[in-house]
Design a protein around this ligand. Structure first.
Ligand code: SF4
Ligand code: SF4
Length: 88
């Protein structure tokens, strides 16, 4: 495999629904959310698109839109002998 990218996420957070419960801050594995002066700041570029925040936000304030624009997987060009089953 020559190059593996990853999907990109566009996150929207509806501030009118958010009650700053901080659940998303505590659950996001890649620290996308931060609270600054009673406002949520989103570090979109850290998102790994697991969608946990969207599913678990009690206020349904988060939408994670995944685009595969950044996903680029090139086919492995050949099986190396070290990958073959030695018993065969
Ligand atoms: S989990 Fe939802 S309601 Fe809670 S802080 Fe995050 S966006 Fe706001
Ligand atoms: S989708 Fe996953 S990685 Fe992205 S912001 Fe939500 S919890 Fe964090």
């Amino acid at each position: 495999m020559e190059h593996v990218g990853r999907p990109k996420a566009a996150i929207t957070l509806d501030a009118s629904k958010c009650n700053l419960c901080r659940l998303c801050i505590n659950l996001c594995p890649t620290y996308v959310y931060e609270e600054v002066n009673n406002k949520m700041v989103i570090h979109n570029e850290n998102c790994i698109c697991c969608k946990a925040c969207e599913v678990l936000c009690p206020q349904k304030a988060i939408k994670v839109i995944i685009s595969d624009e950044g996903l680029y997987i090139k086919r492995y060009s050949g099986l190396s002998s070290s990958c073959e089953d030695p018993k065969r």
